[in-house]
Design a protein around this ligand. Structure first.
Ligand code: PSV
Ligand code: MN
Length: 427
C-alpha cells in the first residue's frame, strides 16, 4: 500500500510545535556538553535494519497459530509491507529472504519492486531444518552435520542454490542457521558432527562469490534439546575462523541461556573482526522472539555501546554489521510489532551515541567505578524520542508511525485487499 506524502505531512504538522519544543530542549542540553546531535541524526541514516520475509505474517508456536487478516500472500506483497514500514519509519531499508519460503520467481521483477520500495536485498537465509515435499533425503538426523554424505551433499547443494538466488537479486551474504543436534546423550559423536559441519561449510564458502560473506548463527537448544552442533558463539567463532576471512559469527539475541552477558560477546567478536550479523528480538526465558526492547531495553543499550565503541576503535577489522529483526508476531499485528521494534532499536542506538566515550575511558583508567555508571545513566535515562522523531521527519517519515498506521486504517485496508484468511509463508 502506497502512502501519499500529503497524508504524512498533514499528520506530522499536528505534532510540529510540540515536537520542536521537545527536540530543541534535548538537542541544546546535549550540544552544550559537546555531543554532536546533528551527527547522531545523520548516523541513523546508516542504521538500516533488514526485515525478514517471514516476519509479515502471524507467527505461531508448536501449539498453534492465531491468524491475523491481510497477511501478505506472496513475496511481492511482503515487499509492499516492508516498503510501507520503511516509508513510515525510515529504518527498514532492507529485506532478508528465506529459501524456500520465498523463492523469487522472477528475480528482475523482484529486484525492481524492491528498488521501487527503496529496499536493498540483505542476507539470504537457507533452510535445512525442515523437510520439503520435493526433497529426496530427510534432515531428521541432521543436514550439514549428517552422518551420511548424501544428506550432507543435499544440504550443501541447497545452500548453493540459495547463493544462486541471492546472486540474481544482488545480495552479498548468506546466513546459515544450523538446527542440527541431538536429543539423547550418546546419540551423536559431537566432535565428529562438528568436523563434518566444518567440511560442509568449507564447501559452501568455496562456492560463494568473492565479495560475499558467510554468517554462522548459533543456538544452544531447540529444535534439539540435548545438544546442538553450533550451540554458542565460541563454536561459531571457531567455525568462522577455520572457514575463512569472510566467514563471521551472527548473534541472535534470543539464542543464549538466561543471564548470558551478550554485550560482552558482541564486544569481543568486534575486537577480533568477526561479528558479521545481528538478529534483534527480546526474551524473558529463551528464544521467545518477542518485541525488541520489550523485556531488556538496558541490555540493548549496552549492546549498542559495545558496537559503537568497538566500531570506532582505530584498529577495527570488523566489517559493517548486518542487522535484522528476527521476531515472531504471535499476538500483535506484525507491522505494529515491527514498528515498535524499530523504535526500540533507534532509541537504544541514540542513547548509546550520547555516551561520552573519552570521558568513560578516562573514568575506567582511573577505576572511578561510580563515574562510569553515572556516564551510562546520564545517556540511558534521557528521553531521546524527539531525536528519533526528528530523524524520521527529516527523512520524510512519520512522527508517530503506530498512531499514523491506526488512523489510516492500514490493516483494515490490507484485509479488504488480501482477505481475512490469507496466510504468509514462514514458520
Ligand atoms: C532460528 O531460531 C532463527 O533464529 C534463525 O535465524 C532462523 O532463520 C529463523 O529463526 C527462523 O525463524
Ligand atoms: Mn535468528
Amino acid at each position: 500500500m502506497n502512502i501519499d506524502q500529503n497524508h504524512i505531512s498533514n499528520f506530522n504538522e499536528k505534532y510540529q510545535d510540540e515536537h520542536s519544543r521537545e527536540f530543541d530542549f534535548i538537542s541544546e542540553k546535549f550540544t552544550k556538553t559537546g555531543v554532536d546531535v546533528t551527527g547522531i541524526i545523520k548516523n541513523l541514516e546508516g542504521l538500516q535494519i533488514a526485515i525478514p520475509s517471514w516476519a509479515l505474517g502471524s507467527g505461531g508456536t508448536r501449539f498453534g497459530r492465531f491468524s491475523i487478516g491481510g497477511q501478505p500472500r506472496n513475496l511481492e506483497e511482503k515487499i509492499e509491507d516492508i516498503g510501507l514500514l520503511h516509508s513510515l519509519c525510515q529504518m527498514a531499508g532492507k529485506i532478508s529472504l528465506h529459501i524456500p519460503w520465498d523463492i523469487p520467481g522472477n528475480s528482475d521483477h523482484i529486484k525492481a519492486l524492491a528498488k521501487d520500495a527503496h529496499l536493498e536485498i540483505d542476507a539470504m537465509n537457507s533452510n535445512t531444518f525442515q523437510d520439503q515435499s520435493d526433497q529426496d533425503l530427510s534432515y531428521k538426523y541432521g543436514s550439514l552435520s549428517h552422518t551420511d554424505v548424501s544428506v550432507r551433499n543435499q544440504a550443501i547443494d541447497h545452500n548453493k542454490t540459495v547463493i544462486d538466488y541471492g546472486k540474481e537479486l544482488g545480495s552479498k551474504s548468506l546466513t546459515v542457521w544450523l538446527a542440527d543436534g541431538s536429543n539423547h546423550p550418546g546419540q551423536s559423536n559431537m566432535s565428529r558432527a562438528l568436523n563434518r559441519t566444518a567440511d560442509s561449510l568449507a564447501q559452501i564458502y568455496e562456492y560463494m562469490p568473492a565479495d560475499w560473506s558467510l554468517f554462522i548463527e548459533y543456538k544452544p537448544f531447540e529444535p534439539y534439546f540435548y545438544s546442538t552442533v553450533i550451540p554458542d558463539w565460541g563454536t561459531s567463532f571457531l567455525l568462522a575462523s577455520e572457514t575463512g576471512d569472510r566467514a563471521y559469527t551472527l548473534v541472535d539475541l534470543g539464542h543464549h541461556l538466561p543471564n548470558t552477558n551478550i554485550e560482552q560477546i558482541v564486544g569481543n567478536l568486534i575486537s577480533r573482526g568477526k561479528l558479521g550479523g545481528f538478529h534483534f528480538n527480546d526474551s524473558k526465558y529463551a528464544d521467545d522472539d518477542i518485541t525488541v526492547g520489550s523485556i531488556k531495553p538496558y541490555q540493548l543499550f549496552l549492546i549498542f555501546m559495545e558496537i559503537i565503541q568497538g566500531m570506532a576503535a582505530s584498529n577495527t577489522r570488523n566489517p559493517e554489521i548486518s542487522y535484522m529483526i528476527d521476531a515472531s508476531h504471535n499476538l500483535k499485528d506484525p507491522l505494529v510489532d515491527l514498528m515498535e521494534s524499530l523504535e526500540a532499536i533507534g532509541l537504544a542506538y541514540i542513547k548509546a551515541s550520547l555516551i561520552d566515550y573519552d570521558d568513560l575511558e578516562n573514568a575506567r583508567e582511573e577505576n572511578d567505578v561510580s563515574r562510569c555508571s553515572a556516564i551510562l545513566q546520564n545517556a540511558y535515562q534521557s528521553d531521546v524520542r524527539p531525536i528519533l522523531r526528528e530523524f524520521r521527519q527529516q527523512q520524510g517519515g512519520v512522527f508517530d508511525p503506530v498512531t499514523f498506521y491506526r488512523n489510516m486504517n492500514i490493516r483494515e485496508h490490507l484485509i479488504q485487499h488480501r482477505g481475512q484468511n490469507s496466510i504468509a509463508s514462514g514458520l
